[in-house]
Design a protein around this ligand. Structure first.
Ligand SMILES: [Zn+2]
Length: 341
């Protein structure tokens, strides 16, 4: 693409005085990592992809389902019919509206052992996750390596977002020393309004544009929250770290060390994720093995195996999501029986 074409594509953003030609050039050079590509991640990727962020890496562990389509704006019915991994479907969709940027899909669960390779090289990390376990892990990594990240959360009609600039602002653990939802972390999706997601993502994406275009003096230094149903808005000052904070003051990175990380997690309303070990799977071979036991289908990215009343989804890295139970023992025994122990 010539510089004239680039100028035309982003002309409305270049005309905006806060960004200008110089800011736009910085955006085209920028690299962001979006962790989690559900509703918030979709909206972030869409906004930042259209804004011309040069490289967007999308990390997501899940696949598209029909119930996602109400709010996960990058996906179509055909993605759900194919059970495409969200990272892959997102990359395809972004390429259809901006083929000039680089999108790197990573179908993976962000865990301590892969966080360095998945987040390496990013200028900014954006939170599209749905759980505090992963957010604390990102926070540890970001503070340790002094990398900015933006926390974003939405549930029901409520959303909240916070810019974390290590050394300059509070970190996530300064504000939430413990997970606000308690010890048991799940990716349970309670009810949620799609409009709330888009509001949170719009605020976070704007902060990303400020940071990446060099408008650091405009960055918000508060935890900002809205309840759109109740017409409430709140801000909590977050412009300095909390004395004694476990992460940014004591520099204890327990999540990065993998302590307290469960290998089996509840995932969604009625399913369990197993990610105990790395066990590369050949999905075609696995399909042949499972055929005598139930209905099997696979593509390049996932394998689905139906064994009433369960539905098992296998990924090439050996991860499994087992639907139809919240009992981790049942899930583990199904995995052991059909995949291997
Ligand atoms: Zn802190």
């Amino acid at each position: 693409m010539t510089s004239l074409e680039l100028e035309e594509r982003y002309s409305r953003q270049v005309l905006f005085p806060g960004i200008g030609a110089e800011g736009q050039h910085k955006l085209t050079q920028a690299r962001v990592v979006i962790v989690g590509c559900g509703a918030t991640g979709s909206a972030l990727a869409s906004l930042l992809g259209r804004a011309g962020i040069g490289t967007i890496r999308i990390v997501d562990r899940d696949y598209v389902e029909p119930s996602n389509l109400q709010r996960q704006s990058l996906f179509d019915e055909s993605d759900a019919a194919e059970s495409l991994p969200k990272a892959v479907a997102a990359a395809r969709k972004i390429a259809s509206f901006n083929s000039q940027i680089v999108v790197e899909p990573q179908v993976a669960d962000l865990i301590p052992s892969n966080i360095e390779s998945l987040l390496a090289g990013g200028d900014l990390i954006l939170d599209g996750t749905d759980n505090f376990e992963t957010r604390y892990l990102i926070n540890d990594y970001a503070v340790k390596f002094s990398l900015p990240w933006i926390y974003t959360a939405a549930v029901g009609s409520y959303c909240a977002t916070l810019n974390i600039l290590p050394g300059k602002t509070a970190c996530l653990a300064c504000i939430f020393p413990d997970s606000p939802r308690g010890a048991l972390e799940t990716c349970e999706t309670a009810g949620i309004l799609n409009s709330v997601v888009n509001l949170a993502a719009s605020v976070a994406a704007t902060e990303a544009l400020k940071l990446l275009s060099g408008a650091n003096d405009q960055l918000r230094r508060t935890l900002l929250s809205f309840d759109l149903w109740r017409n409430e808005r709140a801000e909590i000052v977050a412009d300095h770290s909390r004395p004694g904070c476990r992460v940014c003051s004591q520099r204890e990175f327990i999540h990065l060390g993998g302590e307290g990380r469960p290998h089996i997690t509840l995932c969604g309303r009625n399913s369990v994720q197993i990610h105990e070990r790395r066990r590369p799977l050949d999905l075609a071979q696995m399909t042949e093995r499972l055929k005598p036991h139930g209905t099997v289908r696979h593509n390049d990215f996932v394998l689905k195996f139906w064994l009433e009343p369960y539905e098992m989804t296998l990924f090439p890295d050996g991860r499994a999501i087992i639907k139809g139970t919240t009992d981790t023992a049942v899930a583990r025994s199904l995995y052991a029986r059909y995949v291997g122990s």
